[in-house]
Design a protein around this ligand. Structure first.
Ligand code: URP
Ligand code: ZN
Ligand code: ZN
Length: 463
């Protein structure tokens, strides 16, 4: 199948060009000023439209067990919703159960994904236990295309690992070229603050935020970067939420260290007051790190603009309000941590970034597609519109108006964190490896068509 997309403005991270684009099978074959219509089986007129490389969300949690429940989107519903929002690749997280091999977790997550995923997917591995053979295990996983590992400095007794484990894992990645993704919050301090709050009868959702202070994040980011520097390894800070944490990354990068960080739409657009919503609705905004006071938001936008932050991911980890978030109605520590967002990332960042003049459209593509492809070892297969790359293409209508709502979204969750947000700029058509999977607000893909991505170690961003 050859599809010609004509008269579009092709937007890559480095430049925008008026051109036609021809796909051939799963790949982009040609980009030229004009391509004859006879070359194609189907022609899509994209006059007035922008063409982006398919969005890459490097941080999702589909079908993830947490706190006695499981995130409400599985690999089918979550990747279909992603496609509706113009995301054609996700990188999700497998979780090593303590005392087991990482390979076992990889098998479990492959099973969750392989018959369900509607778009291509990679996997990071969450390491909870290095044990005797953990370092060897990491090499084994790299050979299976798991080129990144997430470590937690928070959630003691569940996911948290100590500094020695972090340092050992980082030293291993310095050799095998993988990347450590760090959940950076000081779990020990938070644990004390949480116990203190509960003892004082403070059980409402807002105490989730008040027991996870900004300094607990900044300290952990600083420590993560210091450990990586000693190990001679790069480090990627996930879901960075606050100004002082951002300053740690900026200072490290100014010293030439390979330190990278992502933030998420919720930290750019929402603030801590959301957790004070009445009728327990603050629980809809319980995730970690927590939302911060408003003055952090412009600092994060500024960080994105100036490349102190490199990526916007979603940390999509949905739990329904009615039957999952309510688990913590009497105790905020029992509210499953996470929020939905995989469908809305491009809409929100385009509207609040590009339309508002905070970001160029090329920077928008860079932070939502090109850089995650590079950092996580998928470039130039993904993340760029160029001959030879996968034909993952978003035809974007910059004039389309849309109101975000749980009543129309495709994520399997009963609320939206961005309910009522109006955006200008939205998906018109989405191609994944040459196949039209979203058109006229209809889904044309199918479960199981998504492929597992064997990602390359040493993604390239720090070479
Ligand atoms: O609250 C969150 N962020 N849930 C997902 C797990 C994680 O830490 O990323
Ligand atoms: Zn995390
Ligand atoms: Zn996460």
């Amino acid at each position: 199948m050859k599809t010609l997309i004509s008269n579009a403005t092709i937007v890559n991270s480095d430049k925008s060009t008026r051109a036609d684009l021809l796909t051939d099978g799963e790949k982009i074959r040609e980009i030229a000023r004009t391509i004859p219509h006879e070359a194609a089986d189907r022609v899509i007129d994209a006059s007035g439209m922008l063409l982006f490389p398919g969005g890459i969300d490097a941080h999702t949690h589909l079908d993830m067990p947490f706190g006695g429940t499981t995130s409400s989107d599985d690999f089918e519903t979550g990747t279909r919703a992603a496609a509706f929002g113009g995301t054609t690749t996700i990188v999700d997280f497998a979780i090593q159960a303590r005392g087991t091999k990482m390979r076992d977790a990889l098998d479990i997550w492959w099973k969750k994904a392989e018959s369900r995923a509607c778009i291509d997917y990679g996997l990071h591995m969450i390491v909870t236990d290095l044990g005797e053979a953990g370092l060897e295990d990491m090499n084994d996983l790299v050979s299976e295309g798991v080129a990144s590992f997430k470590l937690f400095m928070a959630y003691p007794g569940v996911l948290m690992v100590d500094d020695a484990t972090i340092f050992k894992a980082m030293s291993q990645t310095a050799k095998n070229g993988a990347l450590i993704c760090m959940h950076a919050e000081n779990g020990g301090v938070i644990d004390v603050l949480v116990k203190r709050a509960l003892a004082e009868g403070k059980t409402a959702p807002i105490y989730h935020a008040l027991t996870r202070p900004e300094t607990a994040e900044a300290e952990a980011v600083h420590r993560a970067i210091a450990l990586a520097e000693m190990a001679g390894a790069p480090v990627y800070i996930v879901h960075l939420s606050s100004e002082h944490a951002l300053n740690q990354v900026r200072e490290a990068r100014d010293r030439g260290l390979p330190a990278f960080a992502e933030t998420c739409p919720q930290y750019l657009l929402l603030s801590v007051e959301e957790l004070e919503r009445p009728n327990f609705e603050g629980a809809k905004y319980v995730f970690t790190p927590p939302l911060r006071p408003k003055h952090h938001l412009p600092k994060l936008w500024d960080g994105l603009k100036h490349d102190h932050l490199q990526v916007v991911s979603t940390d999509h980890c949905p739990f329904c309000f009615e039957d999952q978030k309510v688990l913590g109605i009497d105790d905020f520590t029992k509210i499953p941590n996470g929020g939905p967002g995989v469908e809305n990332r491009l809409q929100l960042i385009y509207h609040h970034g590009v339309n508002s003049g905070r970001l160029s459209v090329n920077r928008f593509v860079e932070i939502t597609s090109t850089t995650p492809a590079r950092i996580f070892g998928m470039y130039p297969k993904k993340g760029v519109l160029a001959p030879g790359s996968d034909a993952d293409i978003v035809i974007w209508d910059p004039e389309a108006l849309h109101t975000i709502s749980a009543s129309t979204h495709h994520m399997r969750v009963d609320y939206s964190m961005f309910e009522g947000f109006q955006v200008k700029g939205n998906v018109r058509t989405v191609l994944s490896r040459g196949e039209v999977i979203v058109e006229n607000n209809q889904f044309h893909g199918k479960a199981g068509r998504g492929s597992y991505l064997r990602r390359a170690a040493r993604g390239g961003a720090w070479q």
